[in-house]
Write a protein that binds this ligand. Structure first.
Ligand SMILES: [Ca+2]
Length: 313
């Protein structure tokens, strides 16, 4: 087992020794812990910000059993290192927080939903059948030392309502598919069976995608749901080894084919350079295709600029 985490947090002490407490104790401790821990997820399985949501990790405990209300969770069954798991949570109650725990990790991740309106303009929350449907993406560590091929992760989810009631816990299993990451990694994850495709246009003007998988030292090593052949992978990955060519890399996502779905795919695009996640300046890396978007609909996610072999951030 390689779930040992490097927990370089100064406030760990705050959270130790309370694993048998009440939910109120758990929540108070977690809240105090997150004052210091939010944004600092380096070295853990999930990391980074998620759109405009904040995610934090508090070590020292799991999620207590809750039973105040029900939630249903759908999550990608396959995840890639450096990619995202798209999580759809349907809840009877409007949520202020979502907690996640990965079996074997002594600690809890928290996604803060307090400031998410429902319905929200960016589709993070919608009302479906009188319930609240949250679509979130959680980013997975890029390091295959932490996430190795074929490894199975059991994730426990639990929601907190605006009245501080705790939902029942829901467990879901995801399996890791290991992909290349090189010096620059761009990956796409989505949540339905549609055939989406990831494109990166390199500074030479050549595009890397399913039909042209290698340009220079850039390579697409994972294509999924090709021509609606269901594979449940729902992730695509392009990576570049050093040296990176200087210039502009344009990243886009295209619906190659709708595959009998009635709703548009929610997607997340993530990028790492030199083992660090970065955001495309001013661009939205999470979103959703429209329910009526047809084949060939393309969304430009953003551009990456490389100067002197390094990504300009
Ligand atoms: Ca595809």
């Amino acid at each position: 087992m390689k779930k040992s985490l490097s927990l370089a947090f100064v406030s760990v002490v705050l959270l130790l020794g309370c694993s048998q407490g009440t939910f109120k104790d758990f929540f108070d401790d977690l809240t105090n812990g997150f004052d210091n821990l939010t944004n600092d997820l380096t070295g853990n399985l999930l990391q980074g910000n998620i759109g405009n949501l904040q995610m934090g990790f508090a070590p020292g405990q799991g999620i207590p059993e809750g039973n105040d209300f029900s939630i249903e969770v759908e999550v990608n069954s396959i995840v890639i290192n450096g990619g995202s798991a798209i999580v759809d949570v349907t809840s009877d109650e409007k949520l202020s927080k979502l907690f996640l725990n990965i079996e074997g990790e002594n600690g809890v991740y928290q996604i803060d939903l307090e400031n998410v309106a429902c319905p929200s303009q960016d589709d993070i929350c919608r009302i479906v059948g009188g319930k609240y449907l949250y679509t979130l993406s959680v980013l997975l560590n890029q390091d295959p030392e932490k996430l190795s091929d074929g490894e199975s992760l059991e994730i426990t989810f639990s929601g907190l309502s605006e009245d501080n009631e705790q939902s029942e816990s829901v467990k879901e299993k995801v399996t890791v598919k290991e992909v290349g990451f090189g010096d620059l990694q761009v990956s796409l994850s989505w949540n339905n069976p549609d055939d989406l495709d990831l494109y990166v246009e390199t500074p030479s003007g050549d595009k890397i995608f399913y039909a042209n998988t290698e340009v220079g030292n850039g390579r697409l090593d994972l294509d999924a749901e090709a021509a609606c052949q269901p594979d449940d992978i729902r992730n695509e990955n392009i990576y570049f080894t050093v040296p990176l060519s200087d210039g502009t890399y344009k990243v886009s996502v295209r619906v190659f084919m709708k595959c009998g779905t009635s709703t548009g795919a929610a997607y997340s695009v993530s990028a790492f350079h030199n083992r660090e996640i970065f955001d495309f300046a001013g661009k939205k890396q999470q979103g959703r295709f429209g329910d009526r978007d047809d084949d060939d609909k393309e969304i430009v996610i953003g551009t990456i600029t490389v100067r002197n072999g390094n990504v300009v951030k």
